[in-house]
Design a protein around this ligand. Structure first.
Ligand code: DAH
Length: 352
């Protein structure tokens, strides 16, 4: 019995020697001091021993148990200490290291420009109003004073979504943001049909045309439409607003001019030019030697359009305009090919 105890002690001590981590320490404790360990079996066998043997073996077993427990405690301390040392050595944190740059995405240049435009318009009192990209012919054209088969439709070749059995009112992707004018006027007019409230809104969004894709034309592009409707609004309000916009957008010294133009939904109509940023008005390739760059179409809202929006043209008047953020970026940064915008070439996009 005593010899067996010596063996139990020796083998337990030997295996404890080799242990260097906390999980094998735990396993060791179960094997050598646990309920079904050889040592505990000696204790439970004590009752079967003779009266003389019992105290001798009992004392010896106790001594082994105490020795193993002490050795286990020592080992536990040592293992914990070396684990701590290791982690202190290996996992040092050098707080003087420069931080790592986190690569975050960026906004698309068109989105950035849209936000610049809308921020300026917001300062000038224009609230953002968004409307749908899929429209009926009625909204996109007819209510804007383009009757079916009107030649002005040729300016805006359409991408149709549904034509069958819709007669003169097919569904199409909006070719401009102008149908938003009708949506907005009708919604505002519905608030108080007898005396509709004044409107000052900016309508941003994607437009679509069945264009041949070239350096100068794309099948999709953004527009920002503006609309102001109220009592006593005149052409001077249009000019004042758009010149002020151009100053805030292109600089206080930017020179502007208006040229008479034609749109079915405005009367009179005008296009606004800014002096060429590139040559300062002297004439260059970007402005095709004219010294001017066209940046928007505008006009006094046509009486028919006001009527279609629920505003009595005898009482109300208004002005509207439409401009293209991509075009503004192209002029500003001399981007010579509109296809860059939707080409998703990261080398282009990362420059903004
Ligand atoms: N909708 C026109 C286009 O896409 C732009 C435009 C011109 C909008 C004059 C207007 C406007 O609101 O008054 O070419």
């Amino acid at each position: 019995m005593l010899e067996q105890l010596n063996e139990i002690e020796k083998s337990a001590m030997d295996s404890l020697q080799t242990i260097d981590n906390e999980s094998s320490l735990d396993a060791w404790r179960v094997t050598h001091l646990g309920r079904s360990s050889a040592l505990m079996q000696v204790f439970s066998g004590l009752g079967a021993l003779s009266k003389e043997e019992r105290p001798v073996v009992g004392q010896a077993a106790n001594r082994v148990k105490i020795a193993l427990e002490a050795a286990f405690a020592d080992k536990t301390g040592a293992v914990k200490k070396s684990a701590l040392e290791r982690s202190l050595n290996e996992e040092t944190l050098d707080v003087t290291l420069p931080g790592r740059t986190i690569h975050v995405g960026r906004l698309h240049p068109s989105t950035q420009q849209l936000r610049r435009v809308l921020a300026i318009l917001a300062e000038m009192g224009f609230q953002v109003y968004t409307s749908r990209e899929v429209e009926t012919d009625e909204m996109n054209f007819q209510l804007l004073n383009f009757p079916p088969h009107h030649p002005a439709r040729d300016m805006q070749d359409s991408l149709y979504v549904a034509t069958e059995e819709r007669g003169d009112n097919p569904i199409l992707l909006r070719t401009h943001t102008s149908p938003g004018q009708i949506h907005a006027m009708r919604q505002f007019a519905a608030m108080n049909p007898k005396d509709p409230p004044p409107i000052r809104i900016a309508l941003p969004g994607m437009c679509f045309r069945a264009e041949q894709i070239t350096a100068r034309s794309e099948v999709q592009f953004n527009q920002v439409e503006g609309l102001a409707v109220g009592k006593g609004i005149t052409l001077s309000d249009l000019k004042g607003t758009l010149v002020e916009f151009a100053h805030r957008m292109f600089g206080q010294n930017a020179r502007t001019r208006f040229r008479a133009s034609y749109f079915p939904f405005t009367e009179p109509s005008a296009e606004m030019d800014v002096e060429c940023f590139v040559c300062g008005g002297k004439g260059c390739a970007v402005c095709k030697n004219s010294g001017w760059l066209e940046i928007l179409g505008s006009g006094m809202v046509h009486p028919v359009v006001l009527q279609n929006g629920g505003y009595d043209p005898n009482i109300y008047s208004g002005f509207a305009w439409g401009m293209g953020p991509e075009r503004q970026l192209m002029l500003r940064y001399k981007i010579e090919d509109i296809r860059y915008f939707w080409g998703n070439d990261i080398r282009f996009l990362e420059q903004f």
